[in-house]
Design a protein around this ligand. Structure first.
Ligand code: C2E
Ligand code: MG
Ligand code: MG
Ligand code: MG
Length: 274
């Protein structure tokens, strides 16, 4: 009986969960330190026109070269940052870096097109987002039309009126709005009629199944048709193979991003040579 009760208790206080929570706290502390010390980096992944391959922009992706653990993926440190209330700081830092880099490319006479920056939930719900963006643009001198904000679809599904107003204000300034990870947000789709949107980014979980699964292709075809008929640009994420590229072209998708074209890389790797 004793053993059984212990077993039950173990499940309640799930040591695994506690361990993970503890790790998040440690990670958050190290992240705060890394941010303060300027140890984070931003890499950039090209976005291209699927026909012809011309670059149309880059997505800024945060990178954390941890001194002991190597490169930690944003998929794990962004949630840690959110929990620790660090994401506004991190987001503002990435935004500033990306705008400065976009401006530097313009100045070098090699504009790489728009710079897309991911926006996390706490940033979207921060009334100061508009000022934050305006300040970054003003400080760096990047024209607003060169900035795109990527917002994950799940955040768009039932937006507060204040969020809609915030996005509309940004768009009136000339900043573009993209819906990231489209198709994964349990979408009610009705939000599409109310929100100011310029681009849909088809989630890479669909693209990855394109070549093998007719159903993925059917869903992707429907997303492309939906986006196009609403007047949005449609970009497919996570294109890895020639075959996926060809299918997307055949289905009328105009833009893409993925390892097939280029991996995310440090800005020097994308800059013009002498
Ligand atoms: P995301 O915004 O959907 O970014 C695209 C992710 O797909 C990136 O992962 C990119 O490296 C990866 N990717 C691009 N092409 C391919 C491909 O062909 N195959 C595969 N397998 N993956 C590909 P990454 O950099 O690890 O970022 C993961 C997520 O973390 C991002 O997903 C985004 O939601 C979040 N994130 C990254 N940087 C930031 C940031 O500065 N702020 C916020 N709020 N979130 C960020
Ligand atoms: Mg993104
Ligand atoms: Mg995202
Ligand atoms: Mg995405």
């Amino acid at each position: 009986y004793e053993a059984k009760r212990e077993g039950v208790r173990c499940r309640f206080f799930s040591p695994e969960l506690t361990e993970r929570a503890r790790e998040q706290v440690v990670l958050a502390g190290e992240l705060r330190h890394a941010l303060a010390e300027g140890q984070l980096a931003v890499h950039y992944q090209p976005q291209v026109e699927l026909r012809g391959g011309a670059g149309v922009g880059v997505e800024a992706l945060a990178r954390w070269p941890h001194p002991e653990r190597g490169w930690i993926s944003p998929a794990s440190f962004i949630p840690a940052a959110e929990q620790a209330g660090l994401v506004d700081w991190l987001g503002a830092w990435v935004l500033e870096q990306a705008c400065a880099q976009g401006r530097a490319w313009l100045d070098a006479g090699r504009p790489l097109g728009r710079v897309a920056v991911n926006v996390a939930a706490p940033q979207l719900h921060n009334p100061e987002l508009g000022e934050q963006v305006a300040a970054a643009l003003a400080r760096t001198g990047l024209p607003p039309a060169y900035l795109e904000l990527e917002i994950t679809e799940s955040l768009m599904v039932s937006p507060h009126a204040a969020v809609v107003e915030r996005l509309e204000a940004l768009r009136r300034r000339g900043v573009r709005i993209a819906v990231d990870d489209f198709g994964t947000g349990y979408s009610a789709l009705s939000y599409l009629k109310d929100l100011p949107i310029d681009r849909l980014k088809i989630d890479r979980s669909f693209v990855g199944g394109l070549a093998e699964q007719e159903r993925m292709r059917a869903i992707t075809r429907a997303i492309i048709a939906l986006g196009r008929s609403l007047g949005y640009e449609v970009l497919a994420e996570g294109i890895e193979t020639e075959r996926e590229h060809q299918i997307l072209l055949a289905e009328g998708c105009r833009y893409g991003q993925g390892f097939r074209f280029a991996r995310p890389m440090p800005p020097q790797a994308l800059s013009p040579g002498p």
